[in-house]
Design a protein around this ligand. Sequence first.
Ligand code: NAD
Ligand code: SER
Length: 313
Amino acid sequence: MTKEKVLVIGASGQIGVELTLALRKIYGNANVVASDLREENELLKGTGPYVSLDVMNKEMLHVQVIRQNITQIYLLAAILSATGEKNPNLAWHLNMQGLLNVLDIAREEKLHKVYWPSSIAVFGPTSPKQACPQRTIIEPSTVYGISKYAGEFWCNYFFERYGVDVRSIRYPGLISYKSAPGGGTTDYAVEIFHEALEDGKYTCFLKEDTYLPMMYMPDAIRATIELMEAPSARLTVRTSYNVSALSFAPREIAAEIKKHIAGFDMSYSPDYRQKIADSWPESIDDSVARADWGWKPEYDLARMTKEMLENLK
Ligand code: NAD
Ligand code: SER
């Protein structure tokens, strides 16, 4: 078996930090190269190699892939939904060109595997609100959603036409305590824990009854690794897989936090992110992921809330 050497692009971000640490446990510290445009995250320091890298600089990326004998790339660099609406051109440019650079290099260098995440943001106002299926009407209304949907079809194209083994998950909103979220509409579900512990109160930028699909980071990391380890022949989706874990509204997570912090006070001041949230489904049907590669979430709202508060304390 060929030795695997993994490059994580966007390793200092919310998912990148935890995914890099998890991959280092599997492949060995020296065999997982973390890279990012910004400086190395504190939690990664001393755990393995780090290179400063801009995914938009295809030449430098190509040099690193050859120099480091890379066999797999995890591409996490992107601009998320809320930041994307502030700068649509930049979001489109980074989210598309970054992916195309990686797919081209994967094809040329015959990389074993590529991982690239999509999002529930591919769905739009015309998609089903409840248990949104794998295959359905998809008319995204944010630049982030448009870029993810186009990206899914580039992944499918590179798989069908060139045999690039690229795999993808449509993550819901991810909740974590190790590294901060990077400008998404679901970020309230992380901010709320920090502010509950620091100030005992939080003003939410979404309305109290806005249900969204969510997932605790350990489930997301496990989903990613299980998909990447699944036999290629079992995968029937080469755009991106729906995965599901939680669906809750701000008032429900506030009520759960109140069980631990009795005086916690939640208020609401919806902003431009409400419109983005309103365009997404409230819950996701992930039966195809369950059937193809055995996906099953472990965390419910109560267990996640307890762990978040314990770890942030
Ligand atoms: P993040 O913003 O926390 O991290 C992205 C990282 O990419 C940052 O560290 C940033 O410095 C880096 N980066 C930006 N531009 C770069 C460039 N040109 N070259 C190299 N690095 C660059 O994002 P995240 O939450 O970790 O998301 C990772 C991926 O998962 C993204 O594709 C995102 O769309 C997707 N996703 C995330 C969520 C979520 O809730 N966090 C949900 C759905 C999908
Ligand atoms: N958490 C992400 C966002 O809100 C979903 O892709 O942008």
